[in-house]
Design a protein around this ligand. Structure first.
Ligand SMILES: Cc1cc2nc3c(=O)[nH]c(=O)nc-3n(C[C@H](O)[C@H](O)[C@H](O)COP(=O)(O)OP(=O)(O)OC[C@H]3O[C@@H](n4cnc5c(N)ncnc54)[C@H](O)[C@@H]3O)c2cc1C
Length: 592
């Protein structure tokens, strides 16, 4: 019988991914441990950004990260299949196609929406709890604008253009904010009068955003809603939902074809059916090690966990999911390594809630922000998360989706970064810049740079300045005084080997110039020549004309060689080959 310990992680959400990363870190050198993560989807969903896709802000791909890419080159096998059954006694997990044995199990299947038995919710309401949900809402919203554009009857049109988001928690508020923003450009696109569009955020209690302690922050959100044209209904419990209307507790009936339910969650339906001891909303009871009451080898993490300690009930948020995933994984490792189990610690850094793309309120460890800086913090937190999950590759994807490819200026930086012009406008400049670098190099050869010291004198600037004062026709150096450290490097390191450095410089100028002309590895040659202009300027050897080389180089950095250049042919196969290497997989150092 094999001695291999099999660890199964069920769910590739925040908790499951964190558990996989922790286990990989501990067991990467241990052949006797096998780690497998099973999710019905091939990707990790960025749940916290679902509203952005549903509300037409970012493109669908922005909220999916390939699980195989996350764990590529790592000791975690990915299985894409739906789990249908768990036999805890026999230690077997059945998916639709296969049965997996396990020694240790982490269940991290998240939550399902809770309709609280309100009639019509399950049948007619849209939910926002998965990528598919976000896409359904996205299509439904656009479809309503399309249909309204050809509807002659005003009452029917207004009904089509009424969108109700139920729930004054983070999900509901963020979704309503996105729709408030989307209505402007969707109305323009379909020729709709914006006054006919109604967006509700409906909350059963008298206050939205109960997790935010400060009433002033809640007021700010309410003011932002007003600016976006979102109508907030408080103390307004929904009692019935029909295909074309819904009814409130006070008897009001509102005609509406699109009701988005974001008012409650409960344990994932499948987890709820497992028969494990459950606490509030069916979440599975665990001890301080994230172990189930029934089985010492079965752990639960993330939203489907019911755990309470002196710091309170484990919240259903990303930080809690990640931390509990880590605790579960660490304690499985402790069991395998026969070490004492470590209790879970709850440490949270606060909350952020965005209302559209340009406004956010946040409370991070008592630092209460709103507006631009709060939005900045939200993006920085996302940067950090994505970097830890999938390195610079994912970070770049995020920038692309949130800033460089954003439509309708829906970013807190506006559309400044998304205004792209085709690369072919850069082709003449690229060739001219390359040509000028080649000329520079050739001129230096003619001036004898390969045979005797030319550029290095103890004080290049003062020499040039003196020569200018004496009436020589030298242009004045851009930098009046060489920084001390640079002067020291010139005197001690470069001057003794002047011809060697000059030769390197001449060949670099010619080589990078030629690369720019033919558009080969333009990114590298652009960075190198831009760096050279800085170095030359710092040594006091250039006049102001060097500035155009500098700014020209910057303009070439982002893909100028991909049009009418060798990069068009050379880079794609190189990128594909690089992505397959172990080092790229491990470091995530690649672009998609
Ligand atoms: C719109 C929205 C906005 C949010 N905003 C925030 C926020 O700003 N900040 C914050 O901290 N939290 C936020 N949350 C909450 C946060 O997303 C959750 O707390 C978090 O996703 C929980 O992580 P998890 O790993 O437990 O579950 P999930 O992330 O839900 O992952 C569960 C995984 O299990 C898989 N799965 C489920 N059933 C099966 C099955 N039978 N077989 C195979 N695979 C299965 C799913 O495909 C999924 O990948 C938000 C949630 C939503 C919906």
């Amino acid at each position: 019988m094999s001695n291999t310990k099999k660890v199964l992680i069920l769910g590739g959400g925040y908790a499951g991914v964190k558990a996989g990363k922790t286990l990989h870190k501990i067991f990467k050198q241990n052949e006797a441990v096998e780690i497998t993560l099973i999710d019905k989807l091939p990707y990790h969903t960025l749940m916290t950004e679902l509203h952005e896709v549903a509300g037409h802000r970012t493109e669908p791909d922005s909220i999916r990260i390939d699980l195989r890419a996350i764990f590529s080159g790592r000791k975690v096998n990915i299985v894409t299949d739906e789990v249908e059954k768990i036999d805890f006694e026999q230690k077997k997990v059945s998916t639709t196609r296969k049965v997996f044995d396990f020694d240790y199990l982490i269940i991290a299947f998240g939550s399902s929406t809770n309709s609280f038995g309100i009639p019509g919710i399950e049948t007619y309401a849209y939910t926002l709890w998965s990528y598919d949900d976000a896409m359904k809402i996205r299509h439904q919203v656009e479809k309503m604008f399309q249909l309204a554009a050809i509807e002659d009857d005003e009452e029917t049109r207004r009904q089509m253009l009424t969108f109700a988001v139920v729930g004054g928690g983070f999900t509901g508020v963020e979704m309503a904010g996105e729709l408030g923003e989307a209505k402007k450009h969707l109305s323009e696109k379909y020729g709709i009068n914006q006054d006919e569009v109604t967006i509700y955020n409906i909350e059963a209690t008298s206050r939205i955003l109960n997790t935010l302690e400060d009433d002033r922050q809640v007021k700010k959100v309410e003011r932002r809603f007003k600016r976006l044209g979102v109508t907030l209904l408080k103390d307004a419990a929904i009692v019935n939902v029909m295909p074309d209307k819904f009814e409130l507790k006070d008897g009001r009936v509102i005609a509406c074809n699109t009701l988005i339910w974001g008012a409650g969650i409960k344990v994932n339906n499948f987890v709820g059916s497992l028969g494990l001891k459950a606490g509030r909303a069916g979440r599975v009871d665990v001890n301080e090690y994230m172990q189930t009451a029934e089985y010492a080898n079965v752990f639960v993490a993330g939203d489907n966990t019911h755990y309470e300690d002196a710091d309170g009930l484990l919240p259903q948020i990303v930080e809690a999911a990640e931390q509990s995933g880590h605790t579960a994984a660490e304690n499985i490792a402790n069991l395998i390594n026969e070490k004492p189990l470590q209790p879970h610690k709850q440490v949270y850094h606060g909350f952020m809630v965005s209302v559209g793309s340009r406004y956010c309120v946040s409370d991070n460890n008592g630092l209460k922000l709103s507006g631009f800086f709060s939005m900045l913090v939200k993006h920085l937190v996302n940067f950090y998360y994505l970097f830890t999950v999938s390195g610079v590759a994912q970070l770049f994807e995020y920038w692309r989706h949130e800033f460089f490819h954003i439509k309708n200026n829906r970013s807190f930086l506006g559309g400044h970064f998304s205004k792209a012009s085709p690369n072919f406008w850069l082709v003449p400049l690229r060739m001219f810049l390359g040509f000028m670098w080649v000329i520079e190099g050739v001129n230096k050869i003619n001036e004898g740079w390969l045979v005797s010291a030319k550029m290095i004198a103890s004080d290049a600037v003062s020499q040039a300045t003196e020569q200018v004062a004496e009436g020589a026709t030298y242009a004045e150096p851009l930098l009046k005084e060489v920084p001390g450290i640079v002067q020291w490097m010139i005197d001690k390191l470069i001057a003794p080997h002047a011809v060697v450095f000059q030769t390197m410089m001449v060949f670099a100028e010619i080589a990078f110039g030629l690369m720019l002309i033919v558009g080969l590895f333009t990114f590298i040659s652009a960075i190198a020549t831009t760096g050279m202009t800085v170095a030359i300027t710092l040594t006091g050897m250039s006049d102001a004309s060097i500035l155009w080389y500098f700014f020209g180089g910057i303009a070439m950095i982002a893909g100028a060689g991909s049009t009418f250049g060798c990069d068009y042919y050379v880079l794609p196969p190189l990128k594909r080959g690089w992505k397959r290497t172990a080092i790229a997989k491990k470091s995530y150092l690649y672009f998609h």
